[in-house]
Design a protein around this ligand. Structure first.
Ligand SMILES: NC(=O)c1ccc[n+]([C@@H]2O[C@H](COP(=O)([O-])OP(=O)(O)OC[C@H]3O[C@@H](n4cnc5c(N)ncnc54)[C@H](OP(=O)(O)O)[C@@H]3O)[C@@H](O)[C@H]2O)c1
Length: 257
C-alpha cells in the first residue's frame, strides 16, 4: 500500500530542539510534541526552558528534558547528546535552531560582534550537528534540520554577519547532506521569512520596516512559529525520507516574488 499512516508521525521518537525555550524553537517543539515526539530543549535560560517544558507536558503529554547550556561556547555538545541518551536512550531528530543577532552597519561592525554572531549561528550549529550526527550514525540514522533564513540568499541592511552565518548554514546543510547520505542521516534546513520574536522585535516595532516587510510578502502576512514548526515536522518525519540537502523556504512567497 503506497500510503503509510505513520509517515507524518513522530511516535516513539526523541527530538532535540536548541533554542526551544521561546520563539520559533518553541513553536517547532510544540508541533513535534503534537506529532508524538519526546523532547530535549536546550538554551541558556533555565526558567524559560522550565516553563516551556511544563506547557508541553501538560498540552501534549510528552516527556521533556531541559538542558541549560551556552551553545556559543567551544565544546559541551557531546555532553548534551550524552544527557539525551541517558534520559531517553535515543536521538532521532536534531533541530539546530538556537541563534541571536547583532544589528549594526557593515562599516561599524567590530571583530567581537562578528565573532559573537558566528559563534552561535554557525560554529555552534556546526558542532551541535556534528555531535548529534555522530550518535545518529552509530544508531543507523536520524534527521537534522538547520535553521537557515531569507538572508541565506538575499540581504537587508545591518545584518551582514548574520547573513554570512546563514549563507554558511545553507552551504553547511548541503555539505552535511552529501557526507551523511550513506549513513541514513538526512540533513535539510527550513528558511523562515519574518516571524515576530525577541530576535526580530526591533524590526517589527518600527512601523515603516514592518510595512516594507509586508510589501515584500505575496501572502500579506507574517509567519508564525507554528508555520515553521510544520515545515520542520515534515523534514523530521518518515514522509521526507528521500529528501536531503534541501532548504525549504517558509516565507509566504517572499523568495518567489
Ligand atoms: N524570527 C525570524 O524572523 C527568523 C527568520 C529567519 C531565521 N530565524 C532563525 O530562527 C532561529 C530562532 O530565532 P527566533 O526568532 O525564534 O529568536 P528568539 O526568540 O530570540 O529565540 C532564540 C532562541 O535561541 C536561544 N539561544 C540564543 N543564544 C543562545 C546560546 N548562546 N546558547 C544556547 N541557546 C541560545 C535562546 O535562548 P536563551 O537566550 O535563553 O539562550 C532562544 O531560545 C534562529 O536561528 C534565527 O536566526 C528567525
Amino acid at each position: 500500500m503506497p500510503y503509510e499512516s505513520n509517515a507524518f508521525s513522530l511516535q516513539n521518537k526523541v527530538s532535540l530542539v536548541t533554542g526551544g525555550g521561546r520563539g520559533i524553537g518553541l513553536g517547532i517543539a510544540e508541533v513535534l510534541a503534537g506529532a508524538g515526539s519526546d523532547l530535549v530543549l536546550v538554551a541558556r535560560s533555565e526558567s524559560q526552558l522550565a516553563s516551556a517544558a511544563e506547557m508541553i507536558k501538560e498540552r501534549y503529554g510528552r516527556e521533556v528534558e531541559i538542558i541549560s547550556a551556552d551553545l556559543s561556547q567551544v565544546g559541551g555538545y557531546g555532553a548534551i547528546v550524552e544527557q539525551t541518551m541517558d534520559r531517553f536512550g535515543r536521538l532521532d531528530v536534531l533541530v539546530n535552531n538556537a541563534g541571536s543577532n547583532i544589528r549594526k552597519s557593515f562599516l561599524e561592525f567590530e571583530p567581537e560582534d562578528f565573532d559573537a554572531v558566528l559563534a552561535i549561528q554557525l560554529r555552534g550549529a556546526y558542532f551541535m550537528a556534528q555531535a548529534a550526527a555522530r550518535q545518529m550514525v552509530k544508531a543507523g540514522g536520524g534527521k537534522i534540520i538547520n535553521l537557515a533564513s531569507l538572508t541565506s540568499k538575499i540581504s537587508v541592511p545591518n545584518i551582514s554577519a548574520y547573513g554570512a552565518a546563514k549563507g554558511g548554514i545553507f552551504s553547511l546543510t548541503k555539505s552535511m547532506a552529501v557526507e551523511l547520505a550513506g549513513e541514513g542521516v538526512n540533513v535539510n534546513a527550513v528558511a523562515p521569512g519574518y516571524v515576530r520574536t525577541s530576535m526580530t522585535e526591533a524590526a517589527f516595532s518600527n512601523s515603516d520596516t514592518q510595512d516594507w516587510m509586508l510589501s515584500r510578502i505575496p501572502m500579506k502576512r507574517f509567519g508564525s512559529p507554528e508555520d515553521i514548526g510544520y515545515a520542520a515536522l515534515f523534514l523530521a518525519c518518515p514522509a521526507s525520507d528521500y529528501i536531503t540537502g534541501e532548504v525549504l523556504f517558509v516565507d509566504g512567497g517572499w523568495m518567489a516574488a
